[in-house]
Design a protein around this ligand. Structure first.
Ligand SMILES: Nc1nc2c(c(=O)[nH]1)N[C@H]1C(S)=C(S)[C@@H](COP(=O)(O)O)O[C@H]1N2
Ligand SMILES: [Mo]
Length: 300
C-alpha cells in the first residue's frame, strides 16, 4: 500500500504535464485565468503545484558539472549512465555490485509530488518517480547494529568538468540516520514527470529526502553503505559551521550568512514572491517524531 501523507495528492489531482509545460504561455494569455489563480496564489502550504519540466531540468545544482545553475544542463549529457552498477556494502546480509535493474526489480514504483527546498533559500515542487529507499534496504537486508546509511556519487573525470577542476572534493558523499533512511517519505528517485531521470537531475538514481535541505538529496548514486558510524558528508566537510549532518529544513534556524525563514519559488514568473518556509519543509507531522527531544539548533 502506497504511503499517504497530510499534503499528498492523488493522481487525479495532478495537472497534466502539458499544462505545466505551457504555464508561461497560459499565464501570458486570457486562457490562463485559472492557471493565474493557482500560480499567483501559490503558497508552500497550499495544494502542491509542480514546477514545469523546464524549471526542474534547467536550474540545477550538480557541482560535478560546474557550480553554475545552468552548468549541469549544459554539461551533464556526457555522463555515462548505462550500464549502471550500485555497490551495496557494510552491514548488510546481501552485499554486492547490483545492476540497477536488478536492484529495483520487483519494487513498487510511485509518483510523489514533494516540495524541494535548497539551503540557498530557493524552492520548487517536483513530481518524482521512484521507490521507497526502505524497500531497497529490505531487499539487501540490513544487519542488527547498523545505524547509518552512507551514499556516494559516481566520479567520471573525463565527463565531469567540475571534477577535473576540483571545485569541491569528490566523490560527493551523503548520509542519513537509519530511521531517516527507512522513513516512508524517503525515496530513491529514477524519474520526474514519468520520464527517466534527466542526467542533470542525477540519473539514473538519486536520493530524495523532502524534509531536508536539497544538498542531502545526493545524485547519481553508485554506492550505498550500512554502517554503525556517522558517515562524513560533503557540505559538512566543506564548512561544518554552516552545514550540519541533519540539515532539516527549519525556518527558525538561520544559515550563518542568510535567513532561512522564507524562500523564493523558482518559476513563479510574474507572481514570484518569497513564501514562508515551513518547518521540516511542510512534513512536520510525518517526521517530527524522528527528532523528539533533540535540540534542533545544536543539531542543525
Ligand atoms: N552528486 C551531487 N549531488 C547533489 C549536488 C551536487 O552538487 N552533486 N547538489 C545538491 C544540491 S545543493 C541540491 S539543491 C540538489 C539539486 O537537485 P536538482 O538539480 O535536481 O534540483 O542536488 C543535491 N545533490
Ligand atoms: Mo542545494
Amino acid at each position: 500500500m502506497a504511503y499517504r501523507w497530510k499534503n499528498d495528492l492523488t493522481p487525479a489531482d495532478v495537472t497534466p504535464k502539458s499544462l505545466f509545460l505551457n504555464r508561461r504561455q497560459l499565464i501570458a494569455g486570457t486562457a490562463g485565468l485559472g492557471a493565474i489563480a493557482v500560480a499567483g496564489g501559490a503558497r508552500a502550504q497550499d495544494a502542491l503545484v509542480p514546477n514545469s519540466f523546464e524549471d526542474i531540468t534547467t536550474y540545477n545544482n550538480f557541482y560535478e558539472f560546474g557550480t553554475g545553475k545552468t552548468d549541469p544542463v549544459q554539461n551533464a549529457s556526457a555522463m555515462v549512465v548505462d550500464p549502471w552498477t550500485v555497490t551495496i556494502d557494510g552491514m548488510v546480509d546481501n552485499p554486492g555490485e547490483y545492476a540497477l535493474a536488478d536492484l529495483l526489480d520487483g519494487l513498487e514504483t510511485e509518483e510523489r509530488i514533494y516540495r524541494f527546498r535548497c539551503v540557498e533559500a530557493w524552492s520548487m515542487v517536483v513530481p518524482w518517480n521512484g521507490v521507497e529507499l526502505a524497500d531497497i534496504l529490505d531487499k539487501v537486508g540490513v544487519q542488527d547494529g547498523a545505524q547509518y546509511v552512507a551514499f556516494e556519487t559516481v566520479v567520471q573525470p573525463e565527463n565531469m568538468p567540475g571534477v577535473r577542476r576540483n571545485v569541491i572534493d569528490f566523490p560527493y558523499v551523503e548520509g542519513l540516520r537509519l530511521e531517516e533512511a527507512r522513513h516512508p517519505l524517503t525515496m530513491m528517485a529514477t524519474g520526474i514527470y514519468g520520464e527517466p531521470m534527466p542526467k542533470q537531475n542525477g540519473a539514473p538514481m538519486r536520493l530524495v529526502v523532502p524534509w531536508k535541505y536539497g544538498f542531502k538529496s545526493i545524485k547519481s548514486i553508485v554506492r550505498i553503505t550500512l554502517t554503525d558510524t556517522q558517515p562524513p558528508t560533503t557540505w559538512n566537510n566543506i564548512n561544518a559551521r554552516e552545514y550540519g549532518f541533519y540539515s532539516n529544513v527549519n525556518p527558525t534556524v538561520d544559515h550563518p550568512r542568510w535567513s532561512q525563514a522564507t524562500e523564493r519559488l523558482i518559476g513563479g514568473g510574474l507572481f514570484s514572491s518569497r513564501q514562508d518556509t515551513l518547518m521540516f519543509n511542510g512534513y512536520e507531522e510525518e517526521v517530527a517524531s524522528l527528532y523528539e527531544g533533540m535540540d534542533l539548533t545544536a543539531n542543525y
